[in-house]
Write a protein that binds this ligand. Structure first.
Ligand code: AMP
Ligand code: ZN
Length: 130
């Protein structure tokens, strides 16, 4: 059972804030910040590696529309647009989705990168990935 497929079928209630042919956007049941929204393709794909490009594009376009709407209504100071892929990255629902997280001063949400550049050779990585 996939919770997002059940939401899309209408079998589990949700607060829908956007819908088009390919995508729905619902309020995250656990609001990390005010307006925290999940943008979800109607077709089930496990993650960003599985989703087909046309639907991925539809999700990202919808994410921008949702962010623009939140921006007008709540006037946040910024946004994080976020996807977790895989358990190690914190993915808990295995149906691809993008988090739209409006950011407010003092919102207590901590998304932080640690600098490990001293541990890695940038030339080597660039050459591996080119
Ligand atoms: P992730 O950890 O990136 O897989 O995000 C999954 C998100 O789905 C979490 O932020 C949950 O709070 C959210 N979530 C889980 N179940 C529901 C639900 N029934 N309605 C709305 N959001 C949900
Ligand atoms: Zn699903």
């Amino acid at each position: 059972m996939c919770v997002f497929c059940e939401i899309i079928k209408g079998n589990i209630p949700s607060k829908k804030v956007y819908e088009d042919n390919d995508v729905v956007a619902i309020l995250d049941i656990s609001q990390a910040t005010k307006g925290h929204t999940l943008v979800i393709p109607k077709k089930h794909y496990a993650n960003i590696l599985e989703i087909e490009y046309p639907e991925y594009e539809a999700v990202m376009i919808a994410a921008k529309k949702v962010a623009e709407k939140i921006n007008v209504v709540y006037k946040p100071e910024g946004f994080n647009i976020l996807n977790n892929c895989g358990e190690a990255a914190g993915q808990t629902v295995n149906h691809f989705h993008v988090h739209v997280l409006p950011r407010y001063k003092d919102d207590d949400l901590n998304i932080q990168f640690t600098d490990h550049s001293k541990d890695f050779n940038l030339n080597e990585i660039a050459s591996d990935l080119e």
